[in-house]
Design a binder for this molecule. Structure first.
Ligand SMILES: NC(=O)c1ccc[n+]([C@@H]2O[C@H](COP(=O)([O-])OP(=O)(O)OC[C@H]3O[C@@H](n4cnc5c(N)ncnc54)[C@H](OP(=O)(O)O)[C@@H]3O)[C@@H](O)[C@H]2O)c1
Length: 220
């Protein structure tokens, strides 16, 4: 899949880009020819992670990555989400912020969705980042598949949620740069909770069937 006109020339930053999800997304965005900046709490760690990826990927402290990105993906654990976004809110103003964070708990029965005061991680991001346009996406894509350099395509749709049509269109384009992936509009941000929570169901599927399950929306 080619990079759309709307996406061409944009830099994608990934906060928490040293983890499997951020690193996997970065690998795929860079493979499509996009400029990518990996963010970390430790710039040196981001630089060394970036050095291991092909394409135009560099590493930086999260604040510098946030400043450099036109589109900024948030790929940190739920535990650090509010704190990091509060700190970076000024740097993220005016940007499209893509939240893929799933607030989940784990116990002996497996994964389960946590209650979030704002409704969802994406809504929490929007409440903190009042100067940014927040979009929810990439919740269900397996980091294992994204990170696998031998896998040319990733077989899944990505649900894209948000309240700004131009921003959700842009993030659908971003999803579509990954071969095999289609970005599908999935509703307003107020419906992000179910999408984030559904990840717990997918984790149950994965455990039962020893899979890295994705999601396909039919008839669109
Ligand atoms: N793994 C998946 O398959 C998957 C799929 C879909 C969505 N997600 C979501 O994507 C997010 C990242 O997943 P992951 O598996 O990559 O997570 P992770 O490895 O636990 O964390 C990602 C990175 O976040 C940084 N980090 C850790 N604790 C932090 C804190 N308290 N504050 C700020 N930064 C912190 C770390 O980077 P530094 O130490 O370098 O700063 C870490 O490498 C999660 O919210 C998850 O729900 C994951």
């Amino acid at each position: 899949m080619t990079v759309s006109d709307a996406l061409r020339g944009r830099t994608v930053a990934v906060l928490g880009g040293t983890g499997p999800q951020g690193c996997g997304l970065a690998r795929r965005f860079a493979a499509a020819g996009l400029d990518v900046v990996l963010g970390s709490r430790d710039a040196a760690r981001a630089e060394s992670t970036a050095a291991g990826l092909p394409g135009r990927v560099r590493g930086a402290a999260n604040a510098d990555a946030a400043a450099a990105g036109d589109i900024v993906v948030v790929a940190v654990p739920w535990d650090g989400h509010a704190e990091l976004l509060t700190e970076l809110a000024p740097a993220l103003a005016g940007k499209v912020v893509v939240d893929c964070v799933n607030p989940l708990g784990f116990d002996r029965q497996g994964a389960y969705a946590l209650a979030v005061a704002e409704g969802s991680a994406a809504q929490q991001a929007a409440a903190i980042l009042t100067g940014s346009t927040v979009v929810g996406a990439f919740h269900h894509v397996s980091a294992v598949l994204l990170e696998d350099p031998d896998l040319d395509t990733v077989d899944t749709d990505v649900l894209v949620l948000g309240d700004d049509r131009a921003a959700t269109d842009l993030v659908q384009d971003l999803a579509a740069v990954i071969p095999g992936v289609r970005g599908v509009y999935g509703g307003r941000l107020r419906n992000a909770h179910q999408v984030e929570a559904f990840t717990a169901n997918l984790i149950s599927v994965n455990r039962r069937y020893k899979a890295h399950a994705g999601l396909r929306v039919t008839d669109v």
